[in-house]
Design a protein around this ligand. Structure first.
Ligand code: R2B
Ligand code: URA
Length: 287
């Protein structure tokens, strides 16, 4: 992380309560998180627990206490196994952004250095079959532009949305049997309307308009999947100089349909893929 890019106002605060995590800068964050090198974030609390459990079961000195969430679990569920945090971020850029702010301040107060962020998620594929993992080179706005707009004091602030390409390539190099490609990831503020689905409670476009839109994202913008966090995530990490990767499995090929109809077993297997890919990558750093 580039500490110089951090909010200078933090220096002047006597204490900082990380409200959604239920932790404070007055806690002994250094002892709890000073050694963190990897932060894996994913939408659901169940998946965050499952990923932590996988790390725990393969860790050499797994403490007999098992895994317990740290802090509050009302909004986010956070676990730590060795030098890795597994934490849920909820759905969408606003929810993920809250976690990004609080976890970044938490690691700053803990004195952690050289850590990386990863999002392990699900997505709709664009021209790729269910089960394929897309490692993003950029997060895209629904327009196809590589930018994310925030409103600061009511004025738009447009931020760039590139991920760390070297990190993406290194993750892809660790894929083994897992099917994975590099591509751009479109982030929408909605699962239905903004993702061009025709099966929401309302719909404003025809099938032709939908196909034209999705095909354009694929052909002209290099998009290979759509979800709800990549652009805000990329913008945050690029701004603060945190190496980050967005690793999402596709659940449906959106050029062929809208409904996610895979069985629970298939969905379980699909969401295993990004987790296993990250485990492969982290292992590759340790040999
Ligand atoms: C992928 O899946 C969720 C919607 O079902 C959302 O968080 C996303 O980006
Ligand atoms: N998550 C999304 O945001 N979109 C999809 O199509 C599937 C999962």
């Amino acid at each position: 992380m580039n500490s110089e890019a951090l909010n200078p106002n933090l220096e002047a605060m006597e204490s900082d309560y990380l409200y959604h995590l239920g932790l404070s800068s007055e806690d002994n964050l250094q002892a709890m998180f000073g050694d963190v090198k990897h932060v894996a974030m994913m939408g659901s609390a169940d998946r965050a627990r499952q990923f932590a459990l996988k790390l725990y079961l393969e860790s050499e000195n797994a403490p007999s206490s098992g895994i317990e969430p740290i802090g509050k679990t009302e909004r986010f569920s956070m676990y730590k196994v060795g030098d890795t945090i597994s934490v849920s971020h909820g759905m969408g850029q606003p929810s993920h952004s809250i976690l990004l702010h609080e976890i970044t301040k938490m690691l700053h107060y803990a004195g952690a250095t050289d850590f990386k962020y990863y999002r392990l998620g699900t997505s709709g594929g664009l021209g790729v079959e269910p089960g394929m993992v897309v490692v993003a080179d950029r997060g895209l706005h629904p327009s196809g532009r590589a930018e994310y707009t925030l409103h600061v004091a009511g004025e738009p602030l447009v931020l760039p949305t590139s991920f760390d390409l070297e990190l993406a390539e290194n993750i892809l190099a660790a894929r083994g049997e897992i099917e994975a490609v590099l591509g751009s990831t479109v982030a929408c503020d909605d699962f239905y309307t903004e993702q061009g689905r025709l099966d929401g409670a309302w719909s404003f476009i025809s099938r032709d308009q939908k196909m034209k839109y999705l095909t354009k994202l694929h052909d002209e913008n290099g998009a290979r999947n759509m979800e709800m966090e990549a652009a805000g995530f990329a913008a945050f990490c690029q701004q603060l100089g945190i190496p980050a990767a967005c690793i999402c499995v596709t659940l449906v090929n959106r050029l062929q349909g809208d409904q996610v109809t895979s069985t629970p077993e298939q969905l379980g297997k699909f969401s295993d893929n990004p987790q296993q890919l990250l485990i492969n990558y982290i292992r590759s750093l340790k040999v």
